[in-house]
Design a binder for this molecule. Sequence first.
Ligand code: NAD
Ligand code: 6OD
Length: 490
Amino acid sequence: MSMSSNEVLNFIGGAYVKSAEGNVFENRNPVDGALISRVHEAGQAEVDAAVAAAKTALTGPWGQMDVAERAALLHKVADGISARFDEFLAAECADTGKPMSLARHIDIPRGAANFKVFADVVKNVGAEFFSMATPDGTGAINYALRVPKGVVAVISPWNLPLLLMTWKVGPALACGNTVVVKPSEETPTTTALLGQVMNDAGVPPGVFNVIQGFGPDSAGEMLTRHQDVDAITFTGETTSGTAIMKAAANGIRDVSFELGGKNPAIVFADCDMDIAIEGTMRSVFANCGQVCLGTERVYVERPIFDEFTARLKAGAEALQLGRPEEEATTLGPLISLEHRDKVLSYYESAKDQGATIITGGGVPPMSEDLTGGAWVQPTIWTGLPETSSVVREEIFGPCCHIQPFDTEDEAIAMANDTDYGLAAAVWTENASRAHRVAAQIESGICWVNCWFLRDLRTPFGGAKQSGIGREGGVHSLEFYTELRNVCLKL
Ligand code: NAD
Ligand code: 6OD
């Protein structure tokens, strides 16, 4: 398919498909700017074909399959990803530039786990049942049937491409829907590769389809406007979510949104400093800061502010920038030169607004073979007011603003003073304080003494402008199924 010929194609009705109009765009490696592949952009013809294939597949063998059979097939898909682990790993790291040590432990295993978890969830869900009295004394029973929503559009971002795409495709398929996936234009490859895995596992043609391309005025927008799409699940920027919600309004289609964040970390003086530093290093710099759950705002209780800041600075300066395949690499590049321009504009704003630069703040010197890459320095600032754009807007880079606080109430107020509400991290050894503070943070998840840890059966999603709905475990059934009540008079 796609990769051997250095072409990435659409996947429609179980077959790889080129752009009928011959529209092809370049996919470049953010490490050095090298050309990885040419990607066939879907136009209206491919989008229509993909949605039609998905609609047809709903009533074919897929629609007849019982839940145990479907679950077994999804286990085979997971095993198929694991069997081609190295291929997925190489493709993901080439598209994103992220360290292989990271993707090996997070992205690819979660790509497989997302199918197993939801296959197991749907097998174990019972039905709601109520018996009721009737005036004639015979009575009636009510029971709820869960049926698939239909054709689900899955639109995914570039930061954790396989992980976040399968996080939606897994539950959608487990619930009996069919999908049309539009991966990010920056990271088309692992989604394309999943098509082969689906075929090899025996998933019927048309159940899983992929269209390649961009968002606005391209495949993404065409997909969200398509009236045979029954529901849209989207992960990405809040501004893109706004546009997609408008498209979904036409036809009153359901949406599930996982959007941006500007997440706080609150570090109390009674924390275990080693654990808090290790966790904050990850929540600020993992994946070069391109994690929606990352903490770009760090609030530290004043008595430990200087020590914590010095240790975070030392950690940032010890990060090893380099190629994904080098085991010593702990920090990759940003996803693209375009995204680097955005991140660097915040680095400039921080300077202009009078920030104290604790470390970083620019472009690192790189060896000649890497100068074409999207590199930035890991960066820490302090001294900005809470009203600064650097403190309020999502940057999505390896950076944070660190601010001292004096009281618990002050820390909570600053943490909640944001338009977003995705995640937070609290570091304290005081159990009462941990519960008290976590309950007051206005976000979908609050970690205490950890970060990015989560049982996949729990609800995941964002408050405020960070999203709509919750997915994870049985919570995903709310979005991926329709409930029908049957009332039967005895
Ligand atoms: P993005 O919104 O630019 O793009 C995401 C996807 O949407 C891409 O496939 C893109 O082509 C498509 N798209 C964009 N505009 C569209 C439109 N109008 N119609 C249809 N499709 C459209 O986001 P990104 O830059 O790829 O990812 C980074 C953002 O995603 C950050 O804001 C980050 O916080 C967010 N994110 C959130 C979560 C979460 O779980 N809440 C997870 C990962 C990333
Ligand atoms: O772990 C997940 O399921 C998830 N949705 C993570 C989101 C990460 C954001 O970048």
